[in-house]
Design a protein around this ligand. Structure first.
Ligand code: ADP
Length: 433
């Protein structure tokens, strides 16, 4: 097309020059052709410009030569753009409609914690206003201090459950999920039903345990009398002894269930008072040695003067469970070692035994209620299967963690790690070995 245009211009110029030559003014002939050519281009340009300005209302102009080519290109680009725009709009519409159908709220936050976008459910649950609240910081709209702390912190593995002003009767679970560069997604879920069921479960366990305790005390009392009765038929002695053992086991289970219920009923972290762990461990060691059957060696190593800030009854219950397990599962010729020490990372209590050990795959499940590696062995030792669940709860309430290292056939070490804030330095108790 361009070649044709150049040839056509050359011919026109040639003709103009020729006509001018005949008339004795060749340059005037050339200029006339050039002027006509420039005028024609100008008219085409004007028509193109007019159409580009009003292209949504007008059909494209019918032009000739290279201008036709230009108009065709522009029409093609324009159609492609319109197609992509329509696709984008329909995709956005679909996204908006599908997120509006979500049962959970979703709020997209930019790197400054400002709302970039939210769906209909988030609007209802958090009381957000469509359009108005876009661009505002989420913590200026959800004003609970615990939410501000949760948003600013790094611990987003678990959601935060709270009540917001917009829906005071609803238990809301707020979960922050990072994505992109510094961006975050806030998932908002109504967990009122789950919270109610959980509360009912806790109440049921607490009430059932409490109700079972009195009849069991009566049964255990009569069984004791029966066992002490000289007139008891000797053939009945073994079943009565077994009944007493089982009643005692039931008593342990009910007692542990009540301890767990009480721990669950208490919300949040404990503050507590300084506890002399050295003295507590010395008493626990004595308890082990007072058992009818106990490991031959029970070593105690207090390596720090530090005390621990916490709830004494809870810490005692947790440590007693760990020491009791070590004593229970270690054979008489075995060894149990108790160790209490402190360092930059906090204070630590470890119980090591030379018992049967725990298979690697069972370790993550040990703190589940009623989970037993070897149910037969646990029952034989009078275990409730709740001891380590109690330990986990107590440690959680003290901001501490439980670490379990074990080798089957060689023994186990259970270590409680307490954070530095829990350590009360030097209360004057000397280290002993
Ligand atoms: P139990 O009352 O049955 O001992 P726990 O919750 O205290 O319940 O412990 C759960 C399970 O973990 C036990 O049944 C036992 O199988 C295993 N376990 C706990 N401590 C030890 C240990 N020191 N050595 C070997 N196994 C252990």
């Amino acid at each position: 097309m361009w070649g044709f245009a150049v040839v056509r211009l050359a011919i026109a110029l040639g003709l103009g020059f020729g006509a001018g030559l005949i008339a004795g003014r060749p340059w005037i002939g050339l200029c006339t052709v050039l002027l006509l050519y420039a005028g024609w281009q100008l008219v085409n340009l004007l028509r193109l410009d007019h159409w580009l300005r009003h292209r949504s209302l007008m059909d494209p102009p019918v032009l000739t030569g290279v201008w036709d080519d230009v108009v065709t290109q522009v029409v093609r680009i324009y159609r492609r753009k319109r197609y992509h725009k329509q696709r984008l709009v329909s995709l956005l519409r679909e996204l908006r409609d599908s997120t509006a159908a979500l049962p959970d709220g979703v709020v997209a936050l930019d790197e400054h914690g400002q709302i970039a976008w939210f769906n209909l459910r988030a609007q209802q649950l958090l009381g957000l206003r469509a359009r108005h609240d876009v661009g505002l910081r989420i913590d200026s709209l959800v004003r609970q201090p615990e939410f501000a702390r949760y948003l600013a912190g790094d611990h987003h593995a678990q959601p935060l459950v709270l009540h917001v002003d917009a829906s005071p009767d609803v238990d809301l679970s707020l979960h922050v999920l990072p994505y992109g560069e510094g961006r975050r997604m806030l998932l908002v879920r109504d967990v009122t039903r789950q919270a109610r069921i959980e509360a009912m479960r806790k109440d049921f366990v607490a009430n059932a345990s409490h109700e079972l305790r009195s009849p069991l005390t009566v049964i255990a009392g009569y069984l004791e009398e029966l066992a002490d009765d000289a007139a008891l038929d000797p053939t009945l002695a073994p079943p009565v002894a077994e009944m007493r053992r089982q009643a005692a086991r039931m008593g342990t289970i009910i007692g542990d269930l009540l301890v767990l219920s009480r721990l669950e009923a208490k919300e949040g972290r404990v503050e507590g008072e300084p506890i002399d762990i050295g003295a507590m461990l010395a008493l626990l060691r004595k308890d082990v040695l007072a058992r009818v059957q106990h490991p031959a060696e029970v070593a105690l190593s207090i390596e720090t003067h530090a005390w621990l800030r916490g709830e004494e009854s809870e810490i005692h219950s947790a440590f007693a469970n760990l020491v009791d397990n070590a004593a229970k599962y270690t054979p008489p010729e075995g060894r149990v070692a108790l160790r209490w020490w402190a360092d930059n990372e906090g204070a630590h209590f470890a119980v090591t035994d030379t018992g049967p050990g725990i298979p690697h795959e069972a370790i993550p499940r040990l703190t589940e209620r009623f989970y037993r590696v070897d149910a037969g062995r646990s029952r034989a030792t009078g275990g409730s299967g709740l001891g380590l669940a109690i330990v986990k709860h107590v440690l959680q309430r003290h901001g501490a963690t439980l670490d379990i290292v074990s080798t089957v056939g060689r023994g186990s070490t259970f270590t409680c790690h307490f954070p530095p804030q829990r350590v009360v330095a030097d209360r004057g108790v000397g280290p002993s070995g």
